[in-house]
Design a protein around this ligand. Structure first.
Ligand SMILES: C[S@@+](CC[C@H](N)C(=O)[O-])C[C@H]1O[C@@H](n2cnc3c(N)ncnc32)[C@H](O)[C@@H]1O
Length: 300
């Protein structure tokens, strides 16, 4: 069942630290994966809100997955997945140059270098035919060196996270990028809204949805991944889509925060809801880190 394992020397892991990343929840998710995935019947994995892809990489290397379909609404993230798939060598060249230049500098100069790269990223991304390899290298560089590794954009869609203070960050992890590129060879990678995945869903599919969190309180800001907010209306549009895919006989799982107002219990009352505990790392208020409850919703 461990397809591809022999060919890959290192297990692929997320190449960016992403807000809402599911690394902390992998063990719990593994417990609830459908039997049909574990016994090899399911061969297609679909993830419409891929982000850093923690679950994608976990499932793709452990199970009998022949085809991967991944989507996200963040243009630079999707360009990064496509570049790692198609232009790995060129990417490694640029990224390792950025890493070497940065790591040689002292703290003050590193800060200047970071802000210079951040303005380059924000300038380039607005150009119609930007260099995709350069933008991917900058995205990875900024993600590895920014405060908290939090990808956040302002209302103009610009990356605006301040500089972090890591002593020796791993900016260019070639072994991992190679493993990621290897697994992405069987992936179709598309920019767009989650509903775009519909045409690929069949009964041999497992679809994992990890939408932006519904904020637990008004002050938490977990939905700020892209400039468009993912409010209650969007959560309900997603529920309708989940119900539509359920009729296609695919196996579906969705995760979200366990909001106190029973929003998900009401919206998904036709389905199975499990509560699991997870550590959440990314929060601008350090005091609020720690264990929080998440929910997993399944149609099986
Ligand atoms: C919680 S994150 C996913 C985290 C991911 N599971 C991981 O482990 O890193 C949610 C993702 O949904 C994306 N997103 C937001 N609105 C979307 C939409 N309407 N359609 C598709 N993706 C969307 C965001 O850009 C973000 O990457």
């Amino acid at each position: 069942m461990r397809s591809n394992k022999e060919a890959i020397t290192k297990s692929p892991e997320p190449f960016v630290k992403w807000a809402g990343g599911k690394r902390q929840l992998i063990k719990q998710i593994e417990d609830y994966l459908p039997l049909e995935l574990k016994n090899g019947y399911i061969t297609r994995y679909i993830e419409p809100f891929v982000g850093g892809g923690a679950v994608l990489f976990h499932v793709a290397q452990l199970y009998n997955i022949e085809e991967l379909f991944i989507f996200d609404i963040n243009p630079e993230l999707i360009v990064a997945y496509q570049t790692i798939k198609n232009n790995l060598e060129d990417l490694l060249e640029i990224l390792s140059k950025l890493a070497t230049e940065y790591l040689l500098l002292n703290e003050e100069k590193r800060k200047e270098y970071f802000y210079e790269m951040r303005s380059q990223f924000n300038l380039f991304r607005k150009e119609p035919n930007y260099n995709k390899i350069k933008i991917t290298a900058l995205l990875i560089f900024l993600n590895r060196t920014c405060f908290n590794g939090l990808f956040r954009v302002n209302s103009r869609g610009e990356f605006n996270v301040p500089c972090g203070k890591y002593k020796n960050p791993t900016i260019c992890n070639s072994a991992n990028l190679k493993a990621v590129s290897n697994i992405l060879q069987k992936a179709r990678i598309e920019l767009g809204d989650f509903e775009k995945c519909e045409k690929y869903v069949n009964k041999k599919s497992f679809v994992y949805f990890d939408p932006p969190y519904k904020p637990i309180s008004n002050t938490s800001n977990f939905t700020a991944y892209a400039k468009d907010n993912f409010g209650d209306r969007e959560q309900l549009r997603l529920r309708d889509f989940f119900t539509l895919l359920d009729r296609k006989d695919a196996k579906l799982m969705l995760s979200n925060s366990d909001s106190e107002d029973l929003f998900f219990e009401n919206a998904y009352r036709e389905f199975i809801i499990e509560k699991v505990k997870a550590r959440r790392n990314i929060n601008s208020n350090g005091q609020k880190r720690g264990t929080i409850k998440e929910i997993l919703i399944m149609n099986y």
